[in-house]
Design a binder for this molecule. Structure first.
Ligand SMILES: Cc1cc2nc3c(=O)[nH]c(=O)nc-3n(C[C@H](O)[C@H](O)[C@H](O)COP(=O)(O)OP(=O)(O)OC[C@H]3O[C@@H](n4cnc5c(N)ncnc54)[C@H](O)[C@@H]3O)c2cc1C
Length: 428
């Protein structure tokens, strides 16, 4: 990696006050990446920036708040595993993951037909230089690993502090407004506050989430012993051909996350979380009714659901945007992860994008002296991969909710394609 050596005091980040909104995957990845890369700048005239993170949630997340598990992938387009390695956090993440070092023997991504027969098993070898091909980890566990890393290196996280607005100031600086009326100014703002970003709402009000035409019920099932197969180890989608989608996957040794989804022309009316007992029972009944064609252990998963984790969900996403387009010109703000390019869980890669965004932004900021150059270089990395993931997720929504003959065509097509791929891998 080559960084400017002679004029590092004029690096944009030198002596800047940086505020990060959101201690989620992208905000924490950016903080950890900057902390990792700043010491590589050797110049007596460079003054490190100050980093402060504001987070709406508590440091200790409740099960109903994002208690699901994530697959972190190593395919070149998303690079989640690679980013954890660059951050020096891969070993810890593997150690705390559901899959561990045994990787694919411990479980992997699958596509099943309507009788739980495997159509596809993602048992590809790990890319060169990586100990695992992917890992499955609880979102909250991954967040904790990142929190511990950034706090250990001196970043301040202010918990339970909700941003409600942002204003542009003179000289490209910004003012952040918090619930309760407090305000704080900064030289550079990193908006990492997720898909419903308040910062985006303030600075790009026209750039809203788009309903993707899918509604779903999801929950986490808890068992006294090992959950029934296949979601005790494997995760993935059932292509049932009924028009109803089913995702299942392990959360830990005793829990399974499931989600039953269907196509809808309008988003469903959602209640505020946590929902009441009566509504939770209605949702459970609704999930069983929608999935009545699914064979066991579907009912076992749904009936073992922890009622506090049940939720109805509309699936929305949005296309990524370039930072120099329109209203953001001349404003020191960057949107990372879902705040820029929200993807639905059908992408199975939003957290990987968030991790990579964090690293890439930090790397470009220490490589380029001018903010504009860093941001252009960052957009060139971030936007194409987000567009790619978005496109794939729309395709997954289509085949995940297919009906009748064309699902059968998909299933046969997949079987042939994956069979050929597995055959060719033997000769590598
Ligand atoms: C059910 C489900 C399954 C998924 N599965 C996968 C998967 O298998 N693989 C994968 O890679 N991705 C997956 N994803 C997507 C992934 O979780 C997200 O894309 C990723 O978390 C985005 O990271 P982020 O940092 O942009 O946003 P988030 O992780 O959502 O973080 C945003 C943070 O900002 C905080 N915040 C929000 N508003 C404010 C405010 N006003 N003030 C202060 N703080 C605020 C939030 O509390 C949160 O901590 C899944 C998502 C869901 C919902």
């Amino acid at each position: 990696m080559s960084f400017p050596s002679s004029a590092t005091s004029s690096l944009f980040v030198s002596s800047k006050k940086i505020l990060i909104i959101g201690a989620g995957i992208s905000g924490l990845s950016f903080a950890a990446s900057l902390q990792k890369l700043l010491p590589t700048i050797c110049s007596p005239t460079f003054t490190p920036p100050t980093l402060k993170i504001y987070e709406r949630d508590t440091s200790d997340l409740q099960p109903t708040r994002q208690g699901y598990s994530l697959s972190i992938r190593s395919d070149a387009s998303t690079g989640g595993v690679q980013t954890l390695q660059k951050l020096g956090l891969l070993e810890i993440a593997i150690g705390e993951s559901i899959t561990g070092y045994q990787g694919k023997e411990k479980g992997t991504f699958c596509l099943w037909d309507g009788k739980w027969n495997e159509i596809f098993r993602a048992d590809m070898p790990a890319p060169k230089g990586l100990p695992v091909q992917s890992l499955r980890i609880k979102r909250n566990v991954l967040r904790k690993i990142l929190v511990d890393a950034v706090v250990e290196k001196g970043a301040e996280i202010v918990w339970e502090k909700k941003v409600v607005g942002v204003e542009k100031l003179e000289d490209e600086r910004l003012k952040v407004v918090f619930a309760g009326g407090e305000e704080e100014e900064c030289d550079f703002l990193v908006a990492a506050d997720g898909s419903k970003s308040k910062v985006r709402g303030a600075l790009r009000p026209e750039d809203e989430l788009q309903f993707r035409g899918v509604v779903g019920i999801m929950g986490e099932a808890r068992f006294a012993d090992e959950p029934p197969a296949p979601a005790n180890r494997d995760w993935g989608l059932m292509l049932s051909g009924t028009g109803t989608g089913l995702f299942v996957g392990p959360v830990d040794e005793r829990s399974v996350v499931w989600s039953v989804t269907w196509l809808a022309s309008e988003p469903a009316a959602l209640s505020k979380q946590p929902i009441g007992e009566r509504e939770a029972h209605e949702l459970l009944k609704g999930a069983l009714e929608r999935g009545k064609a699914f064979p066991e252990p579907f009912t076992k998963y749904v009936e073992a659901t922890d009622m506090e984790t049940l939720m109805l969900r509309n699936f929305s996403d949005k296309a990524p945007f370039e930072h120099f387009a329109g209203s953001l010109k001349g404003t020191n703000v960057v949107f990372l992860g879902d705040a820029n390019h929200a993807v639905t869980p059908f992408a199975g890669a939003g957290a990987c994008l968030a991790l990579s965004d964090g690293w890439d932004l930090a790397e470009q900021l220490v490589k380029h002296e001018k903010f504009e150059d860093a941001l252009k270089a960052y957009d060139e990395l971030s936007i194409p991969r987000a567009k790619n993931v978005l496109r794939m997720s729309h395709f997954t929504i289509k085949f995940g909710h297919g009906k009748g003959w064309w699902t059968r065509v998909f299933v046969i097509g997949f079987k042939i394609l994956f069979g050929v791929m597995a055959f060719l891998r033997r000769f590598r």
